[in-house]
Design a protein around this ligand. Structure first.
Ligand code: HEM
Length: 517
């Protein structure tokens, strides 16, 4: 069961906030399915799925090595990984990459998003993939290789003959063969030339459908890996026919195609090294709080503000036009505080966001002040349907949504002036002698690799002379290279069980002035 906060909240956001009031826009690059960032011949959705496959292809299931680990970003000088698709994919994904979203999880999510935006089946998404730090073994299938080589390669990765047929058919429903990459197959090496698997005059290649199957069974021209002029490179012909068409005949039923593709693509993205433990399937969170502000203000009280995201997808029984949200909270010692914190339904862009799989969410904004002498430790969220008076209470699996008030992040007192970062935190006096550390993530560029390495470098905070409302201000200073101007950090107070952490804060919201309190 979901408990807030989760280190996978960021990935859930990337999945669920595609458009509207708050948006991550991850699927922008695959909407519509044919979209190719206005580069002739390019189709981002196809590139994303091909990238995931090439990364996974060298998985060794028995040895527990390789698989979806983003090792492909180190393998782009190989002729088995020809084309700009991989760097284009990582170039886009790098916008979402962080300590909370590994490149390999993003590649997996890219398959889920591309399939969804191409009207394909829902591919369940699990998180937890760990990125490789170097290249893996060779062995991505090439079209000129024979069937035994391909069958063996898939078998090593844990896929039998019909799995192989399904995976290739499900991949080759999008995109095609590009002249710049395979002129020997298309017979035309010009920039932007593409021979789509499902035929050049059809919109089918921008739709997750089974035309690639029916056209193979009917002998309809289109796929140059089936009916290409040189039989040596007709790898789809050999693969599709590997079990005397038994699998392809089954895939000729559109519903079967969708079901089988959901299953085989899920298995493809879940082929990971044995050292990786994937999470449960990431499902949309019903009620998700976003605390944007919890810090001392100049009046000496604590500003507490943020948003509550309420799932209003069809079937939830919640109606965006008939909802109200308020919070109740407990003080530092766990005693219920009197009064409630009201919220206002957001209005910008309708106050709603939508995500993959037709998920819809309504947003409520709150901003209040708390008494620093009593503080806050947790809150509950109450969702009311005004027309009926029915109230649903969400208490985060019985424990309340936790708040940390022993250490407060003072964003207005933090700043970045060129490469000099200052982070200010307020520590409650009773804990002011404990260690306070800034865990700053540095982005370290790697030669020839689009995705930077991430290194957390701790910095000790220093006490300042400023005190207010029972808190003492501390500051941490660090230099940042240009690559790391937009990065993330944690602030950790104390050790062990008594540790209090403010997690995953972003530097990109900082101004160049550290205000005084
Ligand atoms: C025997 C195995 C396979 C071989 C030999 C093979 C071969 C190829 C070749 C030669 C291309 C043309 C690439 C280009 O010109 O840029 C291609 C494209 C593509 N492949 Fe495969 N493939 C195989 C399996 C798969 C699998 C399992 C998937 C995914 C599930 C997949 C997904 C794609 C996609 C989406 C494209 C289109 C890329 C684009 O239009 O940019 N392939 N494949």
């Amino acid at each position: 069961e979901y408990v807030w906060p989760s280190i996978y909240d960021e990935l859930e956001d990337i999945m669920m906030l595609q458009s509207g009031y708050i948006r991550k826009g991850f699927s922008d690059a695959v909407s519509p399915c044919s979209f190719g960032t206005n580069v002739e011949g390019r189709q981002n959705a196809a590139e994303w799925i091909r990238t995931a496959y090439h990364d996974m292809a060298t998985h060794d299931a028995a040895a527990g090595t390789g698989g979806l680990d983003a090792s492909i970003m180190f393998e782009l000088d190989r002729d088995e990984n020809v084309g700009s698709a991989f760097n284009n994919t990582f170039g886009f994904l790098s916008n979402y990459y962080s300590v909370r979203a590994s490149a390999s999880d993003l590649v997996a999510l890219a398959v889920v998003a591309a399939t969804n935006r191409c009207d394909g089946p829902k591919v369940p998404f699990r998180a937890g993939r760990i990125d490789a730090t170097e290249a893996g073994p060779l062995g991505v299938p090439k079209p000129e290789e024979d069937l035994t080589t391909h069958t063996n390669r898939f078998a090593t990765a844990g896929f039998n003959t019909s799995d192989m047929i399904e995976m290739v058919a499900c991949g080759h429903t999008l995109g095609g063969v590009h002249g710049v990459n395979f002129p020997q197959i298309t017979g035309n090496s010009s920039e932007g030339q593409v021979s789509r698997f499902e035929g050049d005059n059809s919109t089918s290649s921008a739709e997750f459908d089974n035309v690639v199957v029916t056209q193979y069974l009917n002998g309809t021209p289109g796929n140059l890996l089936v009916l290409g002029g040189n039989d040596t490179t007709n790898s789809d012909k050999r693969v599709f026919g590997a079990d005397a068409n038994e699998t392809m005949n089954a895939l000729a039923d559109p519903a079967v195609f969708q079901t089988k593709c959901a299953d085989i693509l899920e298995r493809m993205i879940n082929s990971v090294p044995s050292t990786v433990a994937l999470t449960d399937v990431i499902e949309p969170v019903e009620i998700k709080p976003y605390v944007n502000t919890l810090g001392l203000n100049s009046n000496g009280t604590i500003d507490f503000g943020g948003r509550i995201r309420v799932r209003t997808t069809a079937g939830t029984g919640r109606n965006n036009n008939d909802l109200a949200v308020h919070l109740t909270y407990a003080d530092r010692n766990g005693a219920n505080a009197s009064g409630t914190i009201t919220s206002t339904q957001a209005t910008y862009l309708g106050g709603t966001s939508s995500g993959l799989f037709r998920e819809v969410f309504s947003w409520f904004e709150f901003a209040t002040t708390l008494d620093p002498s009593t503080g806050a430790s947790k809150f509950n969220v109450h969702v009311t349907t005004p027309s009926t008076g029915v109230v649903e209470t969400f208490d985060n699996v019985g424990q309340g949504f936790p708040l940390v008030d022993a250490v407060l992040y003072q964003q207005p007192q933090s700043c970045r002036v060129a490469g000099n970062l200052t982070i200010t935190a307020a520590v409650r006096k009773d804990r002011a002698e404990e260690a306070l550390t800034l865990g700053l993530v540095h982005k370290v560029p790697r030669q020839g690799v689009v995705i930077d390495a991430l290194e957390v470098r701790p910095v000790a905070f220093e006490k300042t002379s400023v005190e207010k409302s029972g808190y003492i201000l501390f500051q941490a200073h660090s230099s940042l290279s240009v690559d790391s101007y937009s990065t993330t950090f944690d602030v950790t107070l104390g050790e062990g069980d008594a540790q209090s952490t403010i997690e995953f804060q972003r530097t990109n919201v900082l101004t160049d002035t550290c205000k005084s309190l």
